[in-house]
Structure formats: structure tokens, C-alpha cells
Design a binder for this molecule. Structure first.
Ligand code: PMP
Length: 286
């Protein structure tokens, strides 16, 4: 089955999918995106992803490229045309095409791309059984990481550094030594008395959709959550640690900067969060 992308009003084979050289997303990273999980034929938490897309667009004063309900149809269509039952759907909106100039052009039509990709759920399941390793790095990103912009170069460098260190994620650490979030995920720990801890999302991190839904999962499981910063040392001494994102759900972290978390194996709380997630999250059939 050939891969199909949606590009500015047309469904096209991947090899023919192209955007203009003066697209402001290409030249200035002047655009935003969303990644939505597809699980068992459902788009997961789509309402929240589109709400966050709306917020990102408003923060950058980029218009919607089409009506929201039309974008939902395109997302479902791209998932279906690519035969994706498990995987992800990617939506990117940029300010559009204009002669290169820093200031906003007078008139542009927002450009939109939607793609979908299959991901074998067995891979993530296997990874969740062993857990992942993370490294920590000083924060190097701009102040507005609450906007899901396509300007991701610091994240690229951080995740490459993690890979070269034999780890799967990098945690950005602020000047006070507190963990902010990962290169493409939010960061969590579970304290010795079983309390979930994650940094408040008002400032300095992306408000992850999976993070928000995990608050509901935790409530259902009767788990306590504290929204506060935690240091790298507190993470190393935690009972459990994990990351969250649409593509990893809740993924155990078993090592931080070479120090094992607890006995170096995934804990039971993160596994139960992971298991309960599908039932709690919103499901939109593709
Ligand atoms: N933080 C960053 C920097 C991310 O890139 C992501 C992944 N989109 C997340 C957190 C997790 O967000 P979500 O749960 O919405 O995927």
C-alpha cells in the first residue's frame, strides 16, 4: 500500500508530496504541529490535540487552514488511506508561503500537511517491559516551549546526544537543577509513598495531552498527583520514573544519567497507568 499524504487540499503519494521553498515553516520554523496516536483503529484524544493546535495557532497568530471539522475528516482519511490501525497521525500548519522577510506577510494562506504512519504496538510493549534510559542536559530552548512549534533543533540535538549515550530520551534541566521535560515527552516520578510528581505546565514545558489524560487515569486508579518541580537527585532516588507522550503513553524510565531507578526495572504503578490509558482516553474511530 503506497503511503499517501495530504498537502494543501490534495491527497498525494509521499514521493510527490512537496511544499514551496519559501514556505515560512521551512525558512523560519514559523509553524506548529500535533502528533496524535492511532490505537486499535482510533484516533486517541483528538479533541485535546485539536484544542492545543488551536492554542498554538492563536499564540502565533496563524489562521486555521480549514474548518476544524474538515481537518478531522482529513486526519481520518489519511489514517484510512494509509491503512493505519496502530501508529500516529501528524498534522503541521505553517504561516504559508511568502517572499522571505522576518515580519508577518500581509497576506498568506496557511499551509497544511497531514501524514500517517504505522507503528508496531509490540515494539512499544517490549520497550515498556525493559524501560528506557534518560540523560539530563541543561535547558537550551526558547522560553515559549508551551507552543508546539516546529522549531525543534535543540530537541533534535538533545535526542541525538541521548542516542549517542545509549539512552532513549534527554531531560532538559533548569538553572535550579529541576527537571523540565524530555526532548519529546513530559517527565514524571513516583515518590516512595506512591505519589505521582510532574512539573506544572503553566510555564516552561509543553502541556502534554498524554500528561493531561494521565491525570484522569491516575484519579481512576486512586493515585495522588502533585504538580511540582523535582530535581535530578530526587528522580534518581524515586521509586519509579517515567515519560509520557502520545507515541509512548507512559513509558518506564529505569536509569537517569547512569544511575538505576530503584532496582533498575520498571515499577508496577507505571505499568498500571499504561494499561488503563486506552480505556480512559477519548477514542475517535478512523
Ligand atoms: N514535551 C515535548 C517537548 C514534546 O515534544 C511532547 C510530544 N509532543 C510532549 C512533551 C508530550 O506531549 P503529548 O503527550 O501531547 O504527546
Amino acid at each position: 500500500m503506497p503511503r499517501i499524504a495530504y498537502v494543501n487540499g490534495r491527497y498525494v503519494p509521499h514521493r510527490d508530496a512537496a511544499i514551496h521553498i519559501e514556505d515560512r515553516g521551512y525558512q523560519f520554523a514559523d509553524g506548529v504541529y500535533e502528533v496524535c496516536e492511532v490505537a486499535r483503529g482510533n484516533l486517541m484524544d483528538m479533541t485535546r490535540h485539536l484544542d492545543r493546535l488551536d492554542r498554538s495557532l492563536r499564540e502565533l497568530r496563524i489562521g486555521w487552514p480549514m474548518h476544524r471539522s474538515a481537518l478531522v475528516m482529513v486526519m481520518r482519511e489519511v489514517v484510512t488511506r494509509n491503512g493505519v490501525t496502530n501508529g500516529l497521525v501528524y498534522v503541521q500548519v505553517t504561516r504559508g508561503v511568502a517572499s522571505r522577510d522576518f515580519v508577518f506577510p500581509d497576506k498568506t494562506v496557511p499551509a497544511v500537511v497531514v501524514t500517517a504512519k504505522k507503528v508496531d504496538p509490540a515494539l512499544a510493549a517490549r520497550r515498556a517491559e525493559t524501560g528506557i534510559k534518560v540523560i539530563t542536559l541543561p535547558e537550551s530552548r526558547w522560553d515559549r516551549v508551551d507552543i508546539k512549534s516546529v522549531g525543534l533543533l535543540p530537541n533534535v540535538l538533545a535526542k541525538q546526544a541521548a542516542k549517542e549515550a545509549g539512552a532513549q530520551e534527554a531531560w532538559f534541566v533548569d538553572a535550579e537543577g529541576n527537571v523540565k521535560e524530555g526532548g519529546s515527552s513530559n517527565a514524571w516520578i513516583i515518590t516512595k509513598d506512591g505519589c505521582l510528581v510532574t512539573r506544572p505546565a503553566e510555564h516552561g514545558i509543553l502541556r502534554g495531552i498524554t500528561r493531561t489524560t494521565l491525570f484522569e487515569v491516575a484519579a481512576k486508579l486512586g493515585l495522588k498527583i502533585e504538580e511540582r518541580g523535582f530535581s535530578v537527585d530526587e528522580a534518581k532516588a524515586a521509586r519509579e520514573a517515567f515519560i509520557s507522550s502520545a507515541t509512548t503513553i507512559a513509558m518506564p524510565v529505569v536509569e537517569v544519567d547512569g544511575s538505576p531507578i530503584a532496582n533498575g526495572h520498571p515499577g508496577s504503578v507505571v505499568q498500571s497507568l499504561r494499561q488503563a490509558f486506552f480505556d480512559v482516553a477519548e477514542k475517535t474511530p478512523a
